[in-house]
Design a protein around this ligand. Structure first.
Ligand code: FAD
Length: 322
């Protein structure tokens, strides 16, 4: 089923989540453990992130460094297929522009189609960790909208090779990212919204937001989107803050503001458990208010830790089902 079809059902689950592939060398069991903890809430769908290559430097002799290119969290497609098999849940692999030529993207989409994946989240991706700015591959896409176009073409049976005849058309439902607090590179919120609108006009069927900690940011964003004529579902992405260090890491990495009341409650916490409780209490309040306002689903960024999400889902949805 596509995400659009799921969201169109009046009684669909209001719980969805994002998982990270385990670090290379680790077993898929960590993913299964997370799903075992969360599948009781019958997630509407499960996103699986994609992690591009990084550069690492290894000492190979006195004063001699060797640069190597590694992908620390491979396995996105395999995890999606495994979860669909094991939990009978719709999965949404994240597809990024960075590090992919258009040909590689096409082949990746064919793989996804063959394993029965019907949904993708089309993203540009971030810069390589050690590089300041995102650089597209010479024969790759520079923006998510270009990736949306390629997927839409494939959905029409249009492949890169014009000589292919009687081609199979894929049927992907495409989601894209939106930023209630503006994408950090966008010169202003209006231009960011203009490009978001174009992604939708080009074929995106829903938007998942960057995490936010102040619901007002989300409600304002939705109002601005609606005023601009963006009428697809806008799924709020939320994350419980779990450590005191995240007070500084989250704004740095995700370019989001943390409300002063949340900051103060975390600063007042004396133990790690108290910090976790403060973060979960905050996220629970956010979740309850968002649900009251009728959001399409609550999308939890688990970041590899199922427990806080499980506890919040239990508080918000009750013991078992979302
Ligand atoms: P785009 O939509 O391409 O926008 C990038 C910037 O360019 C914006 O400032 C936009 O305003 C502007 N812009 C857009 N189109 C154009 C255009 N045609 N011309 C000029 N300017 C334009 N990253 C990963 O690497 N892996 C993941 O799995 C992943 N998952 C994510 C999931 C969600 C829900 C979100 C919100 C983000 C995720 N990211 C992930 C991070 C994302 O890749 C980065 O935020 C990235 O910097 C931007 O991606 P985008 O798809 O929003 O880019």
């Amino acid at each position: 089923m596509t995400i659009s079809e799921i969201l169109a059902q009046p009684e669909h689950s209001r719980f969805s989540l994002e998982l990270l592939p385990p670090l290379k060398g680790q077993h898929i069991d960590s993913i299964y453990r997370a799903m075992d903890a969360l599948s009781a809430f019958e997630p509407a769908f499960v996103d699986v992130t994609y992690h591009r290559e990084e550069y690492v430097y290894r000492e190979v002799g006195p004063g001699l460094l060797q640069k190597r290119t590694v992908r620390k969290r491979p396995g996105t497609v395999g995890i999606c297929a495994a979860l669909m098999n094991r939990y009978d849940v719709e999965t949404v692999p994240h597809i990024i522009c960075g590090g992919f030529s258009v040909e590689e993207t096409e082949n990746a989409l064919i793989d996804l189609d063959f394993v029965g994946v019907r949904n993708v989240l089309a993203l540009r991706g971030d810069a390589i960790r050690s590089e300041g700015r995102f650089k597209a591959e010479a024969d790759g896409h520079a923006f998510a909208i270009d990736l949306v176009d390629q997927i839409v073409d494939l959905n029409k049976g249009i492949y890169l090779d014009p000589d292919l005849k009687n081609t199979m058309a894929t049927d992907f439902c495409i989601g894209v990212a939106g930023y209630p607090e503006k994408h950090f590179e966008a010169p202003n919120p209006d231009s960011d919204l203009r490009w978001l609108k174009k992604k939708v006009e080009h074929g995106a069927e829903y938007i998942i937001t960057q995490m936010f900690f102040d619901n007002k940011r989300y409600f304002d964003f939705v109002n601005r989107c609606r005023a601009e004529g963006i009428d697809v579902p806008i799924i709020p992405g939320i994350k419980p803050l779990t450590t005191a260090s995240q007070l500084h890491i989250l704004p740095q990495v995700f370019h989001v503001d943390l409300p002063e009341a949340l900051v103060q409650s975390v600063e007042a916490a004396k133990t790690r458990d108290q910090v976790k409780k403060a973060g979960m209490d905050w996220c629970t309040q956010q979740a309850e208010e968002l649900l009251e306002q009728g959001v399409p689903t609550l999308h939890f960024y688990t970041m590899g830790k199922a427990m806080p999400t499980q506890e919040i889902a239990r508080r918000v949805f009750g013991h078992v089902k979302a």
